[in-house]
Design a protein around this ligand. Structure first.
Ligand code: ASP
Ligand code: MG
Length: 417
C-alpha cells in the first residue's frame, strides 16, 4: 500500500475546529487507500509561549529542561488529533518522539535526527490499518534518554525524516499558503505559485529567509530524495480529489522538472547591515584577523568583497552581517583594530540584499549581467555583489528593495500572465 506523510503546521492546528478540519484531510487520504503518518506542530503561539516561560524562569537555563518544556506543545496536538480521528471512525494512535523512537544526537534545542524507527509504523499500518499521529519537533537522545527538540520550525524536519523512514510516496507539508511563490506576493502582486522547484533552489530560497520550510528539512529531503509537496490546509478537505491534480508546489529532484526556467525565484532581505573597513593593511593574515573574531562571536558573515589594493599597501574590505548583529560586529572589529590595522570603519544598516535563484544559471551565461543593466536603468546603485553556481545577490539601498525585486521579476519573465 502506498504511504503518505501529512504534516500540519501551527496555524493549521490553531484550535479544535482546525484540528477537526485536519482530521477530515487525513480521513480523505485514508479513504483513498493511503497508509498515513501525520506529523503535527504545536498550536500556533504555543511554542513561543513555552520559550518565553523558560526565559522568564531563568535567562540562562539548562537546554535539557528547555527541551522538556517546549516539546510539550506538539504532544497536546498529537493527542487531540488522535482523539478527533477516533471520533470520526478512523483508527489512530499518537506517538511522541521517545515512543517511536526518533533518535537524535544530544545537541539540545537544535538536535539532529540520527534514526527513525519506520518498521514499527509500517507494522501497524499492515496489522491494524492504524494512522500514526506523531508529535513533530522532538526526539530522544538514546544514551541519556532525555527529550530533545530540533530547533524552531523543526516539525518540517520530523516529517521529512519520517517520510524517508517509511519510504512514503510523498511528504505533504500543509501550511497557510498554497505553495512556494516566485517572490513575496505582497511585494510583487504578479508573483506566481511554482508547480515545481528543485531541492537546491528551495534550499537557497529557504536559507535566504523564505519562511515556508525549515532549511534542514529541505536539506534532508535532498539527501534522502523525499518528494515534498507544499500545500494549503485551508482548502476544504472535501473539495480535494486525492487522485487528481491538486494545488501546491512540489519540491523534487531537478530531473523531475521538464521545462527548467533559467531563473525560478527572487528573494530579498532587509535584515542586512554593511560594514566597510577602510585602508586595511594589505598583507597575509588580515582576513583571518577580521573574520576570526567575528566567527568567535558567532556572527554570521554573508557577502564579502575585498578591493584590489591600488597602492600595494592598503585596501578596502566590505562585508555584510545580519542587522541584529551590527553593533556587536562593529565593537568586535574595533576591539581587534590593533591586530588588524586599518584607518576607519564605515557602516550602513539601511541596506538590503536581493538574490536571484535558478538552476539554469549553471548552463546560461550573462544571467547576472542582465540584472546589472536593468538595475542601472532604474538608477539603483549596487554596493556589493556575490555569486554562486545557482544564485547571485546584490546589496542595494533598502529604499529600492521593492523596485529592484519588481524589476528583476519582470526581467526574468516571472510575472504572471
Ligand atoms: N512548534 C515548533 C516551533 O514553533 C516546531 C514547528 O512548528 O515546526 O518552532
Ligand atoms: Mg513552520
Amino acid at each position: 500500500m502506498a504511504r503518505l506523510v501529512m504534516k500540519f503546521g501551527g496555524t493549521s492546528v490553531a484550535d479544535l475546529d482546525r484540528i477537526r478540519n485536519v482530521a477530515r484531510h487525513v480521513k480523505r487520504e485514508v479513504d483513498a487507500g493511503y497508509d498515513v503518518a501525520v506529523v503535527v506542530s504545536a498550536m500556533s503561539g504555543v511554542t513561543n509561549q513555552l520559550v518565553a516561560w523558560c526565559r522568564d524562569a531563568a535567562a540562562l537555563h539548562d537546554a535539557r529542561e528547555y527541551d522538556a518544556v517546549v516539546a510539550t506543545g506538539e504532544q497536546v496536538t498529537a493527542g487531540l488529533l488522535a482523539i478527533v480521528l477516533e471520533g470520526m471512525g478512523v483508527n489512530a494512535r499518537s506517538w511522541q518522539g521517545w515512543q517511536l523512537p526518533i533518535l537524535t544526537d544530544n545537541a539540545h534545542a537544535s538536535a539532529r535526527i540520527l534514526d527513525v524507527n519506520g518498521a514499527e509504523l509500517i507494522k501497524r499500518f499492515e496489522e491494524r490499518k492504524q494512522v500514526a499521529v506523531i508529535a513533530g519537533f522532538q526526539g530522544i537522545h538514546k544514551e541519556t534518554g532525555r527529550i530533545t527538540t530540533l530547533g524552531r520550525g523543526g516539525s518540517d524536519t520530523s516529517a521529512v525524516a519520517i517520510a524517508a523512514a517509511i519510504k512514503a510516496e510523498r511528504c505533504d507539508i500543509y501550511t497557510d499558503v498554497d505553495g512556494v511563490y516566485t517572490t513575496d506576493p505582497r511585494v510583487v502582486p504578479k508573483a506566481h505559485r511554482m508547480d515545481k522547484i528543485a531541492f537546491e533552489e528551495m534550499l537557497e530560497l529557504a536559507s535566504l529567509g523564505a519562511k515556508v520550510m525549515q532549511v534542514r528539512s529541505v536539506e534532508l529531503g535532498m539527501v534522502q530524495n523525499v518528494r515534498i509537496f507544499v500545500r494549503s490546509s485551508f482548502v476544504k478537505p472535501e473539495d480535494i480529489n486525492p487522485r487528481a491534480n491538486f494545488l501546491g508546489t512540489l519540491i523534487c529532484d531537478e530531473s523531475e522538472i521538464m521545462e527548467q526556467q533559467v531563473v525560478t525565484g527572487i528573494a530579498f532581505s532587509k535584515d542586512e547591515a554593511q560594514i566597510s573597513i577602510r585602508r586595511v593593511e594589505d598583507k597575509p593574515g588580515v582576513a583571518a584577523a577580521i573574520f576570526g573574531p567575528l566567527a568567535d562571536a558567532s556572527i554570521n558573515v554573508d557577502m564579502i568583497v575585498q578591493n584590489v589594493s591600488a597602492d600595494g599597501a592598503t585596501t578596502d574590505l566590505t562585508f555584510t552581517v545580519p542587522s541584529a548583529d551590527y553593533e556587536r560586529a562593529r565593537v568586535t572589529i574595533e576591539k581587534a583594530k590593533g591586530t588588524i590595522g586599518f584607518e576607519r570603519l564605515d557602516g550602513a544598516t539601511d541596506v538590503a540584499k536581493v538574490s536571484v535563484i535558478g538552476i539554469g544559471m549553471r548552463s546560461h551565461a550573462g544571467v547576472a549581467a542582465m540584472a546589472f543593466k536593468a538595475l542601472s536603468e532604474k538608477k539603483i546603485n549596487i554596493r556589493a555583489i556575490t555569486t554562486s553556481e545557482i544564485k547571485f545577490s546584490v546589496l542595494i539601498d533598502a529604499a529600492y528593495t521593492e523596485l529592484a525585486v519588481r524589476t528583476l521579476h519582470t526581467l526574468y519573465g516571472l510575472d504572471k500572465a
